[in-house]
Design a protein around this ligand. Structure first.
Ligand SMILES: NC(=O)c1ccc[n+]([C@@H]2O[C@H](COP(=O)([O-])OP(=O)(O)OC[C@H]3O[C@@H](n4cnc5c(N)ncnc54)[C@H](OP(=O)(O)O)[C@@H]3O)[C@@H](O)[C@H]2O)c1
Length: 422
């Protein structure tokens, strides 16, 4: 039986979850993988009352873990720069690395993978994207014979939880508070609700599927903070719901990378993934569309992904499978402003004769077609909401149109959401 000696760095939520899962599921892990894992050392700058490490030696300086007789360093400290330093030191000391840290892979992936290759070790990161939901291995191994043309999905559990609750009639702020109370959202949820977490994940998936660099060139990222509860009501009347979608897509030699709220058809697979679940749709040439969904966070789910990496290492330590950016030159990254979307517009205007005509004639002057326009029931203060779905037009004209609509005297407020085509 192959034995792998493991050093865990960090002793928080995920690290203690990994330690417990290795202990509690040792029998099933051994029988499924033929491998045995020994945690030889833990790097913990302080004890964690939630987990007793037994007789496992503890290093208070996480960098000292690397000096032990171990095969693999499991980096679970989070953050970017210290984690990078730790991973680089581990690689230079010929230790394999397993990490759940999306931020360090996103910002320094290319540097780390190159160094690992030069040093004959591997860096695995299954749980960095959607924790235990096996998207990395799916792309690298199971779909290896396929040309992937699009990956799209809800990659942030907190955002999906908030939007699913708003779909049921809840307000943004109270749902965010609930997510924090339930432990789905961090005390500082900025990274989740402003879209950066999903952006990191789609950047990593794009590197795997399309060979884009890590870090990628900047791309368009928008969070969910401007979505209102009423957007769900109006969207649903037209057969849509609102989701936060991260997308990596190639068309001919053009590559799109983006993460922002969208309206998607209510009967689509992704529309029906509710709550904290992460879910993705992958378009491939050989097997068509494939869907994968699962828990994208949490101690146990993340431990599952980490252990799958450890098993992979134990069974094939010598395989050289670091992502290589062979395709970098094949794809030109599209400017976001050049992309074309249909848009949902919510326009709040005074209930005066002629307001609809002013809006439609402005749209006509901008050569933006209207698929549908409906005036809804009056709000307070003599204002009416007008819900408009445009024909497809260029993103670069979208913000201009926004500004010009606001110059119509009776228009008081506008918001818009892009519509994701199938
Ligand atoms: N939580 C999840 O559901 C989840 C899911 C997927 C991936 N991840 C990733 O897993 C990693 C760990 O997350 P977590 O939830 O376990 O975080 P956590 O509970 O905050 O634990 C982080 C641990 O690392 C230690 N640490 C942080 N910086 C350090 C430093 N400079 N030197 C020494 N120790 C340091 C912390 O020590 P102190 O306690 O002393 O600060 C703590 O023990 C992150 O990269 C995260 O993105 C988490």
């Amino acid at each position: 039986m192959e034995e792998l000696k493991v050093g865990i760095c960090g002793w928080g939520n995920v690290a203690t979850g990994l330690f417990s899962a290795l202990e509690n599921n040792a029998d099933i892990i051994a029988s499924n993988s033929g491998a045995q894992f020994t945690v030889s050392v833990i790097g913990a700058r302080r004890d964690n009352p939630k987990c007793d490490p037994g007789n496992t030696p503890i290093e208070r300086d996480i960098f000292d873990v690397i000096g032990h007789d171990i095969d693999v360093v499991v980096e679970l400290i989070g953050g970017v720069e210290v984690a990078r330093e730790l991973i680089i030191k581990a690689i230079k000391n010929k230790k394999h690395v397993v990490t759940a840290n999306k931020a360090v892979i996103y910002h320094h992936g290319d540097e780390i993978f190159k160094l690992a290759k030069e040093n004959g070790v591997r860096v695995l990161f299954e749980s960095a994207v959607c924790a235990g939901t096996p998207i990395i291995k799916l792309l690298k191994e199971e779909l290896a014979a396929n040309r992937v043309s699009k990956i799209s999905g809800m990659l942030n559990g907190t955002s999906n939880f908030i939007l699913s609750n708003m779909e049921e009639g809840a307000e943004f702020d109270s749902t965010l508070e609930l997510a924090q109370k339930e432990g789905y959202a961090e005390p500082d949820p900025t990274f989740d609700i402003e879209g950066m977490d999903a952006a990191h994940k789609i950047g990593i998936l794009s590197a795997l599927a399309f060979g884009t660099p890590l870090p990628p060139k900047d791309f368009y990222v928008e969070g969910i903070t401007k979505i209102e509860k009423s957007d769900f009501t109006y969207a649903m009347d037209m057969g849509y719901t609102v989701k936060h979608l991260a997308v990596a897509k190639v068309d001919e030699n053009l590559l799109e990378l983006r993460a922002h709220p969208v309206l998607i058809k209510l009967d689509s697979h992704l529309a029906n993934l509710k709550g904290v679940r992460n879910g993705m749709e992958i378009d491939t040439d050989l097997i068509g569309k494939i869907h994968i969904a699962g828990s994208g966070a949490g101690q146990e789910s993340t431990a599952s992904g980490l252990i799958s990496d450890l098993i992979n290492l134990a069974n094939s330590k010598a395989i050289n499978d670091q992502p290589e950016n062979n395709n970098i030159t094949s794809y030109k990254v599209s400017e976001f402003s050049e992309l074309v979307f249909q848009y949902y517009f919510y326009i709040e205007a005074e209930d005066k004769p002629g307001v609809m005509a002013s809006i439609t004639s402005l749209m006509a002057s901008k050569q933006v077609g209207i698929e549908s326009i409906v005036q809804k029931e009056e709000l307070d203060e003599n204002c009416v909401p007008i819900i408009l779905i445009t024909d497809p037009f260029k993103e670069s004209d979208h913000s201009e149109l926004h500004k010009e609509l606001l110059t119509i005297e009776s228009v008081k407020n506008i918001r818009s959401i892009r519509i994701e085509s199938n």
